[in-house]
Design a protein around this ligand. Sequence first.
Ligand code: C2E
Ligand code: CA
Ligand code: CA
Ligand code: CA
Length: 277
Amino acid sequence: SKERGKNNFQFYTPNLNEAYLRKIDLETRLRKAMEHRQLTLHYQPQFHLETGKIVGIEALIRWNHPELGTIPPCEFIPLAEETGLIVKLGQWIILKAIQQNKQWQQAGFPLLPIAVNVSVKQLQEEHFIDFIEKALEDTGLNAHYLELEITESIMQDVDQSIERLNALKALGLKIAIDDFGTGYSSLNYLQYLPIDYIKIDKTFIDNIIDKDTCGSIVTSIISMAQSLNFDVIAEGIENEKQVQYLIENQCKVGQGYYYSKPLPSQEIENLLKKQYK
Ligand code: C2E
Ligand code: CA
Ligand code: CA
Ligand code: CA
């Protein structure tokens, strides 16, 4: 009844209600954004630290709204995960990234892997593996040049995750654990995960020089990775000192504003042309 409706409404504080409305609003806009091509991918190059050569590229989504401006992924990705929109959005992202990488290869650029962020909701979706397989087939990209970045949240269902990751690896692609060290990390399970890379989270790289604890966390992650036969990628490198520290401690690859921000595809092409000419 109307009466009850009114009473229910009182349960919401004005703030909560506002947040709720904003969320619904954002969801509607996100659906429209997917239809109206407001979404693009930017690309952040990954560098071999010692030589400064580009060895990979991470795809990161951008949303340019005609009125609201740029909406950062940290605001809409969690929403897309909550509402299930992430499955469709994620498919768009993967396809776009694979197509772009194939295009670069066909244009004669060096063969580089493209890394795509994948949320655990996508990984759990039943058609995910078929989708990836078909996307690779349709575009003709060799699976060797695709990497999927997943977070430690896959640990919530370790058995299912291991099964999925094995099926993905059977396609020939590579798996990275993103933001390593920030999740509820179960070092114990790490040895059972069929992964290729660990990405050391920016929060540890930030204080690598100033805080002894961060330095030693980073060196332990690196030596643990070595003993488990994973490669390591450092995230969020912002200065030369961090690069030196990482090189001295056997970290081979990294990315961050020190080298390059995420860029539109055209600017990546310019970088590649300069470097590989
Ligand atoms: P992430 O995957 O850990 O990506 C790294 C984030 O740090 C990116 O922010 C990147 O622009 C930023 N970054 C890179 N180097 C530096 C640096 O040196 N300094 C600083 N301050 N920041 C740096 P972005 O693009 O805003 O993405 C934020 C997060 O949103 C990503 O974190 C990822 O979790 C999520 N995300 C972005 N694109 C996608 C996507 O296509 N799919 C999914 N599922 N998630 C995405
Ligand atoms: Ca990532
Ligand atoms: Ca990360
Ligand atoms: Ca992150």
